[in-house]
Design a protein around this ligand. Structure first.
Ligand code: NAD
Length: 355
């Protein structure tokens, strides 16, 4: 197991196994260079504990980069609870997990992720202060999805500015794959902005409902990436940009909220060689974590302050494109470089402080 940790790099990994509730969980703290680590708790089955450890380490590292590039004073961390939520979840199970988080004394702050809910976060708050994204009635920032959609919209403005010298989306054609919590909110923004919208979702009922309310055209989930359009916006699963799909794209740019859109590092280069502008996912989808970070501000959570900061994602995307041009690298590489520059500067400043 230590070899897996060494291969991914992490400041700290903590594990717990509770014989009474059956809780088995791992927290990975990748970096606290910029502040306490923050990232969601993923609750799902894994084929092995090694697979769970690899997943949590990879996700924690991703959070370090996401916070760094969007300007949050937070580090990268993530947690996994291993097992089937439908079988294991009980109030005492979640409270046991909360006590585990509490013992880390704030080096890791948790939040909602795949398999955990806002109700879980609210319950954790009764045991520990080290949880974010709790309900608005408890002073939290609530569901991050509207904030994430707001950030994607501003990333799209930056894509428009770069491609056409005009941020307006009026008359532009955007194909959105996945109309769940974020995709649906994005479609509403796009319609308001005067864009032509095509949508797809594996859930036909959801696609039909969103089409009805927005006037968007529906295509099949397997063909949406092939739609001839200005921007393809992946808002469902990861790894949608790969060896098979990239040659089939008929868009000028890709900009969406899904995590880990590139199947492999080489796919950033594949997109560039096809002349498709890629807005890196972890910059585009940072609205949710910017929103959550506002909970930690001196005045607590403020919706308007959060929304203003999220709109800044547009400027960050523009910086990524400029850096990519300057160094003849892909936007994905440029986004990593921006994050690493901030992390290196913070580490150097910390090292120069008298101990
Ligand atoms: P969600 O589960 O609410 O929505 C995802 C939608 O995609 C669902 O409607 C699902 O039916 C659909 N879908 C699944 N497979 C599909 C496929 N192959 N083709 C087309 N549609 C498909 O999730 P969400 O919260 O809207 O998040 C969407 C993506 O954005 C995820 O990758 C998530 O990790 C990422 N993300 C979300 C947030 C947030 O604030 N919710 C923040 C950052 C990143």
């Amino acid at each position: 197991m230590l070899e897996i940790v060494a291969a991914h790099g992490a400041e700290q990994v903590s594990m717990t196994a509770d014989p009474v509730t059956g809780l088995r969980a791992i927290v990975a703290i990748h970096s606290t260079v910029l502040g306490p680590s923050l990232g969601g708790t993923r609750f799902r089955t894994y084929d092995s504990e090694d697979e769970a450890l690899t997943d949590v380490l990879r996700l924690a590292r991703g959070m370090t980069y996401k916070h760094a590039v969007c300007g949050n004073d937070l580090g990268g961390g993530k947690a996994v609870i291993i097992g089937d939520p439908a079988r294991l979840r009980s109030d005492e199970f979640i409270r046991t997990y909360a006590r585990f988080i509490d013992r880390l004394e704030g080096r890791y702050l948790t939040a909602e992720d795949v398999g955990t809910t806002q109700a879980d976060m609210d319950l954790i708050r009764t045991v520990s202060p080290y949880v974010t994204g709790v309900s608005e009635r408890l002073g939290g920032s609530g569901d991050p999805s509207p904030a994430t959609a707001w950030g994607v919209l501003h990333a799209l403005y930056a894509v428009g500015e770069r491609l056409w010298g005009d941020a307006s989306l009026a008359g532009r054609h955007i194909a959105v794959s996945g109309v769940g919590k974020v995709g649906r909110a994005l479609v509403d923004h796009l319609v308001d902005a005067g864009a032509r919208v095509t949508i797809a979702d594996v859930r036909d009922d959801l696609a039909a409902e969103v089409a009805q309310s927005s006037g968007a055209e529906v295509v099949s989930a397997t063909d949406v990436h092939k739609v001839r359009c200005d921007v393809f916006s992946p808002c469902a699963l990861g790894a949608v940009l790969n060896e098979r799909t990239i040659p089939e794209l008929q868009c000028d740019a890709v900009c969406g909220c899904a995590n880990n859109q590139l199947a492999g590092e080489e796919d950033g280069e594949r997109l560039s060689s096809r002349g498709v502008l890629y807005a890196p996912d972890f910059v585009v989808n940072a609205g949710g974590v910017i929103n959550i970070a506002q909970e930690r501000g001196p005045d607590g959570y403020g919706h308007d302050r959060a929304w203003d900061r999220i709109a800044g994602i547009g400027a960050t995307i523009s910086r990524v494109f400029a850096l990519a041009d300057e160094h003849a690298i892909t936007p994905a590489e440029a986004a990593d470089r921006l994050a690493e520059e901030r992390l290196d500067a913070a580490a150097a400043a910390a090292a120069s402080q008298p101990s």
